[in-house]
Structure formats: C-alpha cells, structure tokens
Write a protein that binds this ligand. Structure first.
Ligand code: ADP
Ligand code: MG
Ligand code: ZN
Length: 614
C-alpha cells in the first residue's frame, strides 16, 4: 500500500515536470504586448510597423521604436487578405516586409499531440511500474529457495583468520590441516588411492572455537568457502530448507574444489521422527536433502563438508555413518596451557601493565571456554577504560573473571544489617569447611557482595585442571555445600532461604554419585535410569526408569545418607574451627570481601591430603 502511494507521488512529480516543460514550449519567454488586429492595422497605417512575422495565427509586428506587439488573426485568413479586407493601402503594404513562418517543427507537434498522448504515456508508465513490482515480488519468492550461504573466495583480504589465531585444539587443527592439504594438492593423496573424507564434524561445547576454526580453514585452504548456519535452512515455509540445501551444493559443485561449512548442524540434523510440533517435517526434509547431496558427489570431487555442533548426541545416525561426516573431531574446553595461549592471542592490541601475569589469569579460569576468555578480556578492557586508565592491569583482569563466572556485582542489592550478618556467617561456613577439608579446592575469595543470583559467594578454584574426580572429593564438596546451612542452624538457631540453591546442588550431586558414578556401597557399581530427552525442547525432561520401585526407594535412601553424612562432617569441622569462623565472619562484615592471602592468614595452613590408596 505504501508502495502504491509512493509510486503515485512519483508519477505526480513526473507529470508536473512534463507539464512544466510543455508550457515553456507554448508560451514564449519574452513577454510581448498583445493588441487587437484593428489596432495593429492602425499602427501599420501610421507607418509605425517595420516588419511583420506571421506564425500560424499569431502575428508579430516589430515596431519602429524597437518594441514588438502580437496580435491574433483567424487561422484561415492570410495576412495579406486580412490587410486588404481592412482596407489598408496596397502601396503601404508593399513597403512592409511580411514574413510567413512555419511553426517550428517540434513545438508544433508537441503542442498538437501532447494533449492526446500525455494521458496514454502516464497510464502506460503506471502500468509498467505496477508490473515491475509484481514481478519483483515473484522474484523474491523465487529466491527464497536459494541458500543464504556466504561465499568467501580464496585470498579474500577480509578473511584474516588462520590456524595461528586458534589456540589449543591441536588434534582438530591437525585433522583440518590434512583436509586443507588435500584441497591444495589432491594428487598426492589420490595417487595413493586414498579417499579424503567428505565430511568433518567438529564437536565441542559452546565457545571453544569451532566456528573460529572453520573460518581458519577458509583462511588457510586457498579455495572458496561457503558458510551457512543450520538454522538458516529452515524458514517458515515448507520445502525451503531442502531447496536451499540443493542450491548450496549446486553452487559448491560449480566452484569445486571448495569447502562447505554448516554451522550449528544440530538445528537441522536432529534425529528424524523424534520431534513434536509442526517444524520437524520440514527439518526432516532438509536433513534428507543434506544426506542425498552428500551421497551425490564423488569422494574426490573436491568438496569437503565441515560441520560444527555442540550436540552430537542428538544428531541423526545417518549423518554419522561412514561416507558422510565420517570424521569427528572433538574440541574440548581449553586446559591451562591452552587458556594461556588464548590469552596471548587476545592480548594482541590490548595494552597491559607490567604486572599482568597471563599465566596467573589462566590459572584462575578453569572451565572457561575460549569465548569466555575473550569475553573476560573485553570486560577487563572496558573496566580499565571506565577507570580512565591507559592500560589494563591484573586487578581488572581478576575482577572480570569473577564477573564472567558469577555475573555482575549487585552493589545496589542492599542487604539489611541482619541479612548481612547471616550472609557473612553463611559464607564463612562454606569457606572454613572448604579450607579444612583436604579434598576440597582451596578458597580464592570470600565475599558478601551479591552477584548474579548469589547473596554472597565463596570462590574455590582447583590448583590444576582436573579431568577425574574422586569419591573423597565429592564427599568433601557435599560437606562444603552444606556448611552454609549448618552454620546458620548452629549460630542463629534456624535456617533461611539463603541455603536453597546449596541444597539443590548438594542433592543433585548426591544423586549423581548414586545413580551415575556407582559410588554407593549399598547399590553397587551400576547406573540407574536412562536419561532421555524430548528433542524439540532440547532438554532432559523424562527419565526412563530401568529399575523397580524398591530400588527407587533404596536410591532415595542412599542420597539422604550422603547428605546426612556431609552435614555431620560440616558440623564437626565448624565445631572445631568455631573461633576461626567467628573471625572470618566479622572480617567479612567489616570488609565485605576477603582475598586468598588474607583468608589464609587467618586460617593457617591447610591439612595435607591423605595419599590415595594404591
Ligand atoms: P563455537 O563456535 O565453538 O561456539 P566460536 O568459534 O564462535 O565458538 O568462538 C567464539 C569466540 O571465542 C571466538 O571468536 C574467539 O574470539 C574466542 N575463542 C574461542 N576459542 C578460541 C581459541 N581456541 N583460540 C582463540 N580464540 C578462541
Ligand atoms: Mg559457533
Ligand atoms: Zn551457600
């Protein structure tokens, strides 16, 4: 509708312009004095007229005094006849120079035809514009099925990412380097009869650099690179996904050798027939089309499909069978060395003060993904800028780590004095128990400034990256989780809702120990329950019971036992360290935050870990 109005306005303007031009043709620019024929004849008789020019029915007379006058005559009557009829003396007429001028061609024709032609022109213009618009809409509808893949050509200057910009992920890089090598020198491989995989699937948690790695391949391979995200296949309209897949592969085949990168493959590659709701049919068709296309090109056709996902568990099995994404590359969360490398990469272009020790920062960021680290570094830079500093210091880095880990400080969240009191004891409880139990991670910071969801927090960090966790560590962790609750009970005689999330986490952990890790003596080394998910929510909502009611009861009992045991441990530790607890709590009330050094100074050395039994 708005388009229509716009077009109408455009037409109006065009019309006005044409009208303006025409009117300038018909009405002469110089203003002339118009007189009647009778007066003109009088002027002729008086000898004032030097020359007469007749143009159609217009008579222009140049006067002796330099002026020009215009008169109209009847079209059919010639000028000489007219003068004769007026009885002008023929002798006078002879002395007069009379010139008959044809009207100038264009002006004549335009003024003759324009009145008829103009409406036609305008109407056809209007129709033409309308037609074009309808056609445009059609074309847009047709282009719906085109893939939205972004194509990057080899040597594109904007594509600056190379393998050097990706830290860690060594196995993944090696695997992909092979692919790159194949695309560069396919002969080397085909001569030996080797087939290069059609598909490489990058698997790893969010933010570990899967997309980054794929972009690095594009930068290294020096072949065209098609980049599309799984979600871009699926649109509101049925059939679009499949046709986009077809289009993508058609383009890819044209520019082979090349790499096709499908990000977030799980958006289309979920197990077929598992979804509820309307969109799964569409997804199935899209997935089928991907499968068909991947079967459709020869192994050495020079197209390598790279895909990334953080949910390999939900992918359709057909995608994973050989001949499709037969190579799977795991990318794990970075370990301390990788984190250090990532920090090095991201420190480029950021001025740091001399006291910054990136190794220390890496130590403090266990469990961070590459994206978390990038985010943290950025936060640190913003913080430094807000403080009007020219360089980023260690202090800002540490603060941003906590911000990324626990959410921003909520300074505005003012606790009443009583709440502060309770929170101080609660957090002191966690911290003291964590310090005294040898298998717990050491305390790095205690604070009663609320952050994100937490009222206060106790920050514990492992001394080194760990991949395995032991039974004793879980027991101590449970005790630390319950310590806040136990202290509240002990010191104030009753508990508050402040311990809710602690209890939730403790219960979940205890349950996992029993049902997943086989750590319950009574139930033995087996797992209980098959965790299924309903795909369309992507969340675990059903648990398939593969055990009897009786076992369920036993599990509950074991969970409670673990929790009870933990509360006893916490209680004992608190009893033994009551004076330290008071000291920590009062320091917290005064300073709100205790760093590791100050905390350790109050607490003294930690008990040594018992050597693991061999
Ligand atoms: P994913 O696709 O695995 O979810 P991304 O590749 O999008 O993660 O990573 C997000 C950002 O995190 C990257 O742009 C980069 O800045 C940073 N990053 C992640 N992993 C690494 C890494 N290994 N080395 C360097 N930077 C990384
Ligand atoms: Mg990604
Ligand atoms: Zn707590």
């Amino acid at each position: 509708m708005r388009q229509l109005i716009r077009n109408f306005l455009i037409l109006l303007v065009v019309f006005l312009i044409i009208a303006g031009v025409l009117s300038s043709f018909t009405s002469p620019f110089e203003k002339r004095q118009t007189v009647g024929i009778g007066e003109l004849v009088k002027k002729i008789e008086q000898g004032e007229v030097k020359k007469i020019t007749v143009e159609g029915d217009t008579v222009n007379a140049d006067l002796a005094n330099g002026e020009t006058v215009t008169a109209k005559k009847e079209p059919v009557e010639s000028m000489s006849e007219l003068l004769k009829n007026y009885g002008v003396d023929p002798a006078l007429m002879r002395g007069l120079s009379l010139e008959v001028q044809e009207r100038s061609g264009i002006a004549f024709w335009i003024s003759a035809i324009a009145p008829f032609l103009l409406p036609f022109i305008l109407i056809s213009l209007f129709i033409w514009i309308m037609m074009r618009q309808v056609q445009g809409a059609n074309q847009r509808a047709m282009s719906f099925g085109e893939s939205r893949a972004r194509e990057m050509q080899a040597g594109d200057k904007r594509q600056q990412v190379t393998f050097k910009d990706v830290a860690g992920a060594r196995e993944a890089k090696q695997e992909l380097q092979e692919v790159v090598e194949f695309l560069r020198t396919p002969k080397k491989f085909t001569e030996l009869g080797a087939k290069i995989p059609k598909g490489v699937l990058l698997v790893g948690p969010p933010g570990v650099g899967k997309t980054l790695l794929a972009r690095a391949i594009a930068g290294e391979a020096s072949v065209p690179f098609f980049h599309i995200s799984g979600s871009e296949f699926v649109e509101m309209f049925v059939g679009v996904g499949a046709s986009r897949v077809r289009d993508l592969f058609r383009r890819a085949k044209k520019s082979a050798p090349c790499i096709v990168f499908i990000d977030e493959l799980d958006a289309v590659g979920r197990q077929r027939g598992a979804g509820l709701g309307g969109s799964h049919d569409e997804r199935e068709q899209t997935l089928n089309q991907i499968l068909v296309e991947m079967d459709g090109f020869e192994p050495n056709a020079g197209i390598v499909v790279v895909a990334a996902t953080n949910r390999p568990d939900v992918l359709d099995f057909a995608l994973l069978r050989p001949g499709r994404f037969d190579r799977r590359v795991m990318i794990e969360l970075p370990d301390i060395r990788d984190r250090h490398e990532i920090l090095d990469i991201h420190s480029k272009g950021k001025p740091l003060t001399a006291d910054v020790n990136l190794r220390k920062v890496a130590e403090r960021t266990p469990g961070f993904s590459g994206a978390d680290i990038a985010n943290m570094f950025n936060e640190a830079a913003i913080l430094a800028a807000r403080r009007n500093k020219k360089k980023i210091s260690q202090e800002e880095m540490f603060q941003s780590i906590e911000k990324v880990m626990l959410g921003p400080e909520r300074k505005s969240h003012i606790l009443s004095d009583e709440e502060k009191h309770i929170t101080a004891y609660h957090e002191a409880g966690h911290a003291v128990v964590a310090h005294q139990l040898p298998h717990s991670d050491p305390v790095h910071k205690v604070s009663i400034i609320s952050r994100g969801q937490a009222g206060g927090y106790t920050l514990k960090l492992p001394e080194e990256d760990r991949h395995l966790k032991s039974y004793s560590e879980f027991l101590d962790e449970l005790a630390v989780l319950l310590a806040g609750f136990m202290v509240e009970k002990e010191v104030f005689g009753e508990v508050t809702t402040g311990a809710t999330s602690d209890l939730k986490r403790a219960t979940k952990l205890a349950r996992q120990m029993v049902t997943e890790y086989g750590m319950s003596e009574a139930l033995g080394p087996r797992t209980f329950g098959e965790h299924e998910e309903l795909i369309f929510l992507g969340r675990e909502i059903t648990e398939q019971r593969d055990y009897s009611e009786k076992v369920a009861e036993a599990i509950d009992k074991e969970v409670s036992k673990f929790i009870h045991q933990a509360s006893v441990t916490a209680h004992a530790v608190i009893g033994k360290s009551r004076s330290k607890l008071e000291e920590i709590a009062s320091t917290l009330l005064e300073k709100e935050t205790l760093e590791r050094e100050a905390f350790d100074a109050i607490m003294g050395p930690r008990p040594a870990r018992a050597k693991a039994k061999t």
